[in-house]
Design a protein around this ligand. Structure first.
Ligand SMILES: Nc1ncnc2c1ncn2[C@@H]1O[C@H](COP(=O)(O)OP(=O)(O)OP(=O)(O)O)[C@@H](O)[C@H]1O
Length: 372
């Protein structure tokens, strides 16, 4: 079965004066029809470049060097610009971080949506207006009929983002690519917009590629996710598995950096160090300079994305995949971390060479039952 979107071995470089930036390196993933797929990683991981490549929007110093992008089984990379534009207008829609900038300040919000509907769906002006009002209402704009005639500057940030979601839905696309759609919003508005996106994805049966630097954002929204680091996928998994049992130390690091309500937003600093310069990436595993479990082998061998159960190379169909030498060569010290989810600590299920149970066996204390 072909998935809605299949990206295979995608490699994108930018030829800059400072050098060649390999922004995306051998990236593979698939998105099934109707599912919400998260792409997570710190700034500079290559998330946006990967998405823009799918949309055929990589410009001049940039070049797609390698790889395939198939949408509904059709090779997007062999399409003409005109064909691509029509796919972008009709079948793949985009929602960006800066919603206000995505709206044209000189037209009313409603006009812009109606114009898109007329243009792409062939509606007459009255029908297009009608549909635009209904969509504005559906995304939660109060008094949509009146607010139709507001200009973008008369909308709050959250309302602008709702309006761009309405715009994205207006042509009944099969895929919405949402790049940090809620980063500019405050936490409560963010939560509402994410809920809306998830509800609409369900209701309109549209797939979403949700790009974010915040693993917390995808937790309640996505079905599956991919974690990117320095241009590569380091882990792919169904969301609960990613959350409760991260297989890659970078994912585990992101987990411990999830902001809780009331926290500062940018807490990813809890993983010491920064993303490497993509002109000159570290040898071996790109994450090794920041990885608390790195061993000598990690400085030499670039780990392939494999099924952590058996170490076999991951294909597009592999549900659970991670790129760490632990799952192929085996690290002498193993991966020794635990993650805390909703106040519960999840130890990695390691059966390390016996013993070491010397600090009492707390794992028997069930009698009292855990009251909340
Ligand atoms: N037009 C460009 N010219 C040169 N380098 C670029 C260009 N666009 C992106 N890059 C480089 O590609 C790399 C990946 O960038 P990208 O924007 O995809 O990261 P990201 O994970 O989406 O981060 P962010 O959340 O900050 O957008 C970065 O090192 C960036 O500097």
């Amino acid at each position: 079965m072909t998935a809605l979107l299949e990206v295979e071995d995608l490699t994108v470089r930018f030829y800059t004066e400072e050098g060649v930036v390999t922004a995306v390196d051998g990236l593979s993933y698939r998105i099934e029809a109707g599912e919400t797929f998260g792409v997570v990683g710190e700034s500079g991981a290559g998330k946006s470049v990967a998405a823009l490549s799918v949309l055929g929007l990589i410009d001049d110093p940039g070049r797609i060097e390698r790889g395939e992008v198939r949408f509904k089984g059709e090779d997007l990379r062999s399409m003409t610009d005109a064909e691509l534009r029509s796919v972008r207008g009709d079948e793949i829609a985009m929602v960006f971080q800066d919603a206000r900038a995505a709206l044209n300040p000189v037209y009313t919000v409603g006009e812009q949506i109606a114009e898109t509907i007329e243009h792409h769906m062939g509606y007459d002006p009255a029908a297009a207006r009608d549909r635009a009002v209904r969509l504005l209402d559906r995304v939660g704009i109060p008094e949509a009929g009146t607010r139709y005639s507001d200009y973008p500057h008369e909308f709050s940030g959250g309302m602008c983002q709702r309006a761009t979601v309405a715009m994205a839905l207006s042509c009944e696309p099969d895929l919405i690519v949402a790049d940090e759609p809620t980063t500019a919003l405050d936490v409560t508005v963010e939560a509402r917009v994410l809920d809306l996106l998830a509800d609409l994805a369900d209701e309109f049966d549209v797939a979403v590629q949700l790009i974010t630097h915040d693993l917390g954002v995808i937790a309640g929204t996505c079905d599956r996710a991919m974690v990117m680091y320095a241009g590569e996928a380091v882990e792919r998994a169904p969301i609960e598995e990613l959350y409760y049992d991260p297989k890659h130390p970078y994912t585990a690091g992101l987990m411990s950096a999830i902001p809780h309500v009331g926290d500062d937003r940018d807490r990813l600093q809890t993983i010491p160090g920064t993303m490497p310069d993509l002109i000159d990436v570290p040898s071996g595993c790109r994450f090794h300079p920041r990885c608390p479990f790195a061993e000598e082998a990690c400085t030499r061998t670039d780990p392939a994305l494999v099924d952590p159960e058996n170490g076999e190379a991951a294909t597009l169909e592999t549900e659970r995949a991670a790129a760490c030498l632990e799952y192929t060569e085996g690290l002498t010290g193993g991966l020794d971390y635990s993650v805390e989810v909703d106040g519960e600590t999840n130890e990695r299920a390691e059966d390390d060479d016996g013993g070491e149970d010397d600090d009492g066996r707390e794992d028997e204390g069930e009698e009292g039952g855990s009251d909340e």
